[in-house]
Design a protein around this ligand. Structure first.
Ligand code: UDX
Ligand code: UDX
Length: 441
């Protein structure tokens, strides 16, 4: 049982803290957002993440997890301090580290005993040394500490599962003993532990996310080529994936990747590369394809409906992916903005993200459910592949629509079945311009 402090109760920090508590450690979580902390004390979660509420409640009850806004209280018994504050995209794509700086300075000012600082947030290569310098500068008197990089590999919507079932734990530090102590915390997860130096660990995180983003832009480009050549990308992936070097996973063509990680991490890596004199041309291509993929949806709507001004377009799904309420860099909402700029009337429905959308995108008319959403619209766009959309009564959806046009941005539906129901169907990479057997529509 160790004493752990987690700074930042966002998508990463809250999951990390609650799950370490669930492993039997004593965890204190701190955040500068008092509302978040007050709500957590009352059992109200700041984020939608399957399974999180139960874990938080169980560990608060067992007195292994507590919340505060006071750094003195948070660090009193700390042996490990995990920095889990956001590292949003800054100017030119460089990661904005102002929150990491704030956290490091706050730690330094109150630390009165040796502790291990663990960088969980995704930070540019070299940040570990930078954090150490900030702490040394702000300590009232020199207190020994070590900095360890421990990047997160949690996917939103499966973060709790990913925490308990990591493919690997990556640790980086100049202080081997400190890295070993952080490794001990992760032993119950029974996954391979890679221990390296700070910069290499930070680079593993960026290289991993950049590779995953590249897979997505790759298959989106293949989907676009399939539309030009009349092939079905779903079957292409099926045929490719049996090659163990390729696999079937993470090759879903769609509207392009979004979220709070891939877009900013690929940009940050390209930025780091450029300012250090190299030319990240593949990463630039990955980003260019990704941006174009959203536009493809609008182009398909224009092909099918002509001038979009005044047309009612319904977005099925608004979050950046399924099983999350997160709308940060959501392709669905970037498509909504493009449609809005073209004068279309944009309607939307999402099982979890609507409160965030109402605040940030007031022009999106929110519907009560998918059937209400389809009422009188000229097209439905599948933008986020929530499971509940897979079982919709498509006959009822079609009957509610003014024009039975569906642009399936996530290849959620069977084109033949929808065509049989009278829909004009366009998928992504599903035969010529996304319409399998395009001779019938
Ligand atoms: C995480 C990772 O930290 C980031 O590296 C990754 O790229 C995206 O996911 P995330 O948990 O999504 O960031 O950030 P967010 O949901 O914004 O939560 C950050 C929390 O830190 C917020 O609750 C914010 O109030 C808090 N915070 C911020 C502090 O407690 N102290 C600060 O100084 C700044
Ligand atoms: C990602 C990484 O997977 C995770 O390891 C890292 O720690 C944080 O960033 P996340 O962004 O939460 O996790 O979601 P992920 O499931 O990776 O999807 C990222 C984006 O790519 C989403 O917009 C998703 O819809 C899209 N995606 C994913 C595809 O378009 N096709 C795919 O095959 C997979």
């Amino acid at each position: 049982m160790k004493n752990i402090t987690v700074i930042g109760v966002g998508y990463v920090g809250l999951v990390t803290g609650a799950c370490f508590a669930d492993l039997g450690n004593r965890v204190v979580a701190i955040d500068i957002n008092e509302m978040r902390i007050e709500n957590l004390k009352r059992g109200i979660m700041p984020i939608y993440e399957p399974g999180l509420k139960e874990i938080v409640e169980r560990n608060v009850k067992a007195e292994r997890l507590s919340f505060t806004t006071d750094y003195l209280e948070a660090l009193r018994d700390a042996e490990f301090v995990f920095i889990c504050v956001g590292t949003p995209e800054g100017v030119d794509g460089e990661a904005d580290l102002k929150y990491v700086r704030m956290a490091a300075e706050s730690i330094a000012k109150v630390m009165d005993h040796e502790m291990i600082i663990v960088n969980k947030s995704t930070v540019p290569v070299g940040t570990g040394d930078w954090v150490a310098n900030i702490i040394r500068e702000h300590q009232p008197r020199p207190i020994p500490f070590a900095v360890v990089s421990c990047p997160e590999f949690l996917r939103e919507g499966s973060a709790v599962r990913d925490f308990f079932n990591p493919d690997r734990t990556v640790l980086g530090s100049m202080d081997r003993e400190a890295a070993n102590k952080v490794a001990q915390l992760h032993l119950p997860l029974r996954a391979p532990i890679v221990i390296t130096d700070l910069r290499t660990a930070e680079m593993i995180k960026y290289a991993s996310n950049a590779f995953l983003a590249t897979r997505i832009s790759f298959i989106n480009e293949i989907a676009n080529i399939c539309e030009a050549l009349g092939a079905d990308v779903k079957e292409v992936v099926q045929g490719m994936g049996y090659d163990k070097r390729i696999g079937h996973h993470f090759l879903e063509p769609g509207v392009g990747y979004g979220g709070s990680c891939f877009p900013k991490d690929v940009k940050a890596l390209a930025y780091m590369a450029q300012v250090h004199g190299t030319n990240p041309e593949l990463l630039h291509a990955v980003m260019g394809i990704n941006q174009m993929q959203r536009k493809q949806i609008v182009i398909k709507l224009q092909d099918l409906l002509g001038d979009l001004s005044g047309k009612i377009i319904a977005l099925l799904g608004l979050a950046f992916k399924e099983n999350t309420d997160d709308i940060r860099v959501s392709p669905a909402l970037e498509i909504a903005e493009m449609l809005h700029d073209l004068g279309a009337i944009v309607r939307g429905y999402d099982p979890a993200a609507m409160a965030h959308v109402a605040r940030a995108y007031p022009f999106v008319q929110l519907a009560a459910d998918p059937y209400d959403l389809a009422q009188g619209c000229d097209a439905v766009v599948v933008a986020t592949p929530w499971n509940e959309f897979k079982a919709l009564d498509m006959e009822r959806i079609g009957a509610a629509m003014r024009q039975k046009v569906i642009v399936d941005g996530r290849n959620l539906y069977d084109p033949e079945r929808l065509k049989a129901l009278g829909f004009i169907y366009r998928g992504v990479g599903r035969g010529y311009n996304g319409a399998l057997n395009s001779h019938n529509g």
